[in-house]
Design a protein around this ligand. Structure first.
Ligand code: HEM
Ligand code: HEM
Length: 272
């Protein structure tokens, strides 16, 4: 695998500044521009936020929108699989190893000694918490049912009783998820308003000004391909395609039952 290294950029403030720009540049003095979040992470993050929002809205509206609820959930399964692989092969700050909340990092953070770029150890805990909770949420939804006309695409893997209890868990966890997302956004607001640190800009542009210079390694292209394959594989499995039986051959026209004799359609599992 080829890896590119050292994407650290020296600020333009090292050149003499015109007088009117001096005050603005003072804040930048001694900082370097660092590629913090790579494009795949940014696309992952904002797609995830949109799809989770869509999952909540479609679940609340219900009815015909449950099919879209399921589709949003299947797409979220793909995003989670992508992130798990990208956490191993992505750029420096996307890698789990770079921000895993180890006891020593957590200790350093709570005693005010932690120095770093990217997720701080407490933020990292919430990242892992969010990803794990989303995975359980998707898993319980896939085998869930709404007791009316919607079954998750993997409903057939469990009994109706088990599906009902996992649907109950799905409901309860959706409230826990709401709380975690609320805390996530509150932490970002806290950083913006109290610590005067804009975390959102790097998640939009990828760049961060930092006093801590260090080389940033890009993710590898083969790694990206593996991550995308994992995402599509997860969506394929989650959509129930593996459980789908081949359509039976259409009956000969003469022996086809009249519409009034036809059996009622099964509880719908929409086509994903
Ligand atoms: C992270 C992804 C998901 C989130 C945030 C989510 C959220 C929710 C919420 C908030 C509800 C409760 C709606 C209410 O108040 O009545 C719900 C219900 C449900 N969801 Fe999900 N869901 C997700 C993924 C999925 C997936 C992948 C499926 C299946 C493909 C699914 C199937 C269901 C079913 C069957 C119900 C029960 C509806 C009912 O009891 O009326 N969900 N979901
Ligand atoms: C449903 C909503 C959301 C979910 C599920 C969510 C989830 C996540 C996750 C999993 C990460 C970790 C990224 C990674 O390394 O993989 C993250 C980071 C981040 N999110 Fe969100 N997010 C949501 C909404 C938002 C919103 C609305 C904002 C902006 C106000 C936001 C701003 C950020 C920022 C700035 C980071 C990076 C934090 C840092 O610098 O450590 N997120 N989010």
């Amino acid at each position: 695998m080829t890896q590119q290294t050292a994407k650290v950029f020296v600020p333009s403030s090292t050149a003499p500044a015109p007088p009117q720009a001096a005050a603005r540049d003072t804040a930048q003095a001694g900082t370097v521009r660092i590629r913090l979040w790579d494009l795949p992470i940014r696309l992952f993050h904002w797609s995830l936020a949109l799809l989770v929002l869509a999952a909540f809205v479609t679940a609340k509206v219900g009815g015909p929108w449950m099919a879209w609820h399921g589709r949003a959930g299947v797409a979220i399964a793909g995003l989670i699989a992508f992130r798990l692989v990208w956490g191993l092969v992505g750029s420096t700050h996307a890698r789990f190893a770079s921000f895993a909340p180890t006891p020593s990092r957590l200790r350093a953070y709570v005693t005010g000694k932690w120095q770093g770029i990217g997720h701080n150890p407490l933020g990292a805990l919430s990242v892992f918490g969010l990803l794990a909770l989303l995975a359980v949420q998707v898993g319980t939804g896939l085998v869930g049912n709404d007791d009316i006309d919607f079954n998750g695409p993997l409903f057939d893997l469990v009994t109706k009783e088990r599906s009902d209890s996992l649907t109950g868990l799905h409901h309860q966890l959706s409230n826990v998820l709401l709380v975690l997302i609320g805390l996530h956004v509150a932490a970002i607001l806290f950083y913006a308003l109290v610590k005067r640190t804009n975390l959102v800009k790097p998640m939009l542009t990828g760049w961060k000004e930092s006093t801590l210079a260090h080389p940033v390694r890009s993710g590898s292209v083969p790694g990206l391909i593996v991550a995308l394959l994992a995402a599509f594989g997860a969506m394929f499995v989650a959509s129930g395609e593996l459980l789908r039986e081949p359509d039976p051959a259409p009956p000969a026209a003469a022996s086809a039952p009249s519409p009034s004799m036809a059996p009622p359609p099964p509880a719908s599992t929409p086509s994903w």
